[in-house]
Design a protein around this ligand. Structure first.
Ligand code: LMR
Length: 401
């Protein structure tokens, strides 16, 4: 018998988020709605190409002179502009050469090269993620070889944060533990720490000598890009070393172009050079160097005063539409006689609502209504619109009764 070398390979489970998109695409029900993946859709249900992106692409097409490789760590101008957007225009950290930024394949790619980099130098460290966290966090750090554990975060009873429990857990961590934090628009809960709470987390990281790793995928979706950078800048300016993964998938609606960055804040300019050289090795042995197009587009926008203003406007249009849908959803559920209190949806921020729908409800909504929701009950509010809201609210009101 000729048995295949692959015969022992078992079928992997579908991805908890992107697997839903696969199932959604295969569904023939015309009423179907994908409330799973975190992708912004406009009022007509389309994932838009921003006008500012079209303009930058037009300009870049005229400017581009070669398709030769870009550097291992990406487009230099892009890296500078990303650093400025993340750390702030007048960042002392930047001025003193205490930060390096490498272009990455979206936020996920940034997490991955960050995880691989850390594994090389902190192989014994454990990684701590919030309860709950984005489904892929655990997977990425486990794939890099880390043991991943959790710290308390969300309290389903209050729809707030178990801050005391979180702090006590952090205070017990061994030094050099890697703590994964969501810089803004916590995914999946939409509940962020207050400024005071962030400052306390900075202090515990200092006391316990932890390694803070901030996932910053939704800059501009809570208040605006500057305000949303509070946590990142609090860490960067604290004198601690920290790591920041940022993404333009959402804020530029550039999902498929895979544009993000990894910024590492160091102790001094010499350390920056050494860390950068090692990060470049990680990138080179993963995919050699990133693609150019998306980063050039972002760089063109961030580097041009007028285009930048246009981007901020388009970003606020996205943010405001999501806010409006939050309000409308809460009101519509009430109108339909749903007694359960969903008012917390209005207080959450970013693309998601941690709805409190349980697994049985989520399964029922998928099987009977073709509504695709992450098993945790996370709903992408950015997929709601005036045309599908009634259908969604009717379906939810049926299952929560
Ligand atoms: C999400 O959380 O839905 C997004 O970040 C997309 C993804 O890659 O999971």
């Amino acid at each position: 018998m000729n048995s295949s070398v692959f015969s022992q390979i078992a079928l992997a489970p579908a991805d908890p988020i992107l697997g839903l998109t696969e199932a959604f695409n295969a569904d023939t029900n015309p009423a179907k709605v994908n409330l799973g993946v975190g992708v912004y859709q406009d009022g007509s249900g389309k994932v838009p190409i921003l006008e500012v992106v079209r303009e930058a692409e037009r300009r870049w097409q005229q400017k581009e002179e070669t398709k030769s490789y870009i550097p291992i760590d990406g487009v230099p101008a892009y890296n500078k502009l990303v650093q400025r957007l993340v750390l702030g225009e007048n960042s002392e950290v930047m001025a003193s050469g205490r930060a390096l930024t490498a272009q990455a394949l979206g936020g996920t790619g940034a997490l991955k090269i960050g995880a691989d980099f850390l594994k090389r130098f902190f192989s014994e460290s454990k990684v701590y993620i919030s309860t709950p966290s984005w489904e892929n966090h655990r997977a990425i750090f486990e794939a890099a070889g880390f043991e991943v554990q959790t710290y308390p975060y969300y309290d389903p009873k209050t729809h707030g944060i178990e801050f005391d429990e979180m702090m006590s857990a952090l205070k017990r961590l061994e030094s050099q533990s890697i703590i994964l934090l969501h810089a803004s628009c916590h995914n999946p809960t939409g509940v962020d720490l207050s400024h005071d709470q962030w400052m306390k987390v900075v202090e515990v990281c200092r006391e316990r000598k932890l390694i803070p790793f901030l996932d910053f995928a939704y800059q501009g979706f809570a208040v605006d890009p500057e305000s949303d950078a509070f946590a990142v800048r609090a860490f960067a300016e604290s004198g601690l070393q920290c790591i920041i993964a940022n993404s333009f998938s959402k804020s530029f609606s550039l999902y498929r172009e895979r544009v993000g960055g990894l910024t590492i804040v160091t102790a001094d300019a010499d350390e920056t050079k050494r860390v950068q050289s090692q990060l470049k090795r990680v990138i080179r042995t993963n995919y050699s160097s990133p693609a150019s197009h998306g980063a050039q587009v972002v760089a063109l926008v961030l580097g041009d005063a007028q285009l930048r203003v246009q981007w901020l406007e388009e970003l606020s249009t996205m943010r405001n539409r999501i806010l409006a849908m939050r309000k409308l959803m809460v009101a519509r559920l009430k109108e339909k006689g749903v007694e359960r209190d969903f008012s917390f949806i209005e207080r959450q921020c970013g693309m998601f609502s941690f709805s409190g729908l349980d697994l049985e409800m989520v399964r029922k909504l998928k099987a009977e209504k073709s509504l695709y929701i992450v098993n945790s009950g996370r709903i992408c509010v950015a997929a709601l619109n005036e045309n599908n809201l009634d259908y969604i609210c009717d379906a939810i009101s049926e299952v929560v009764r």
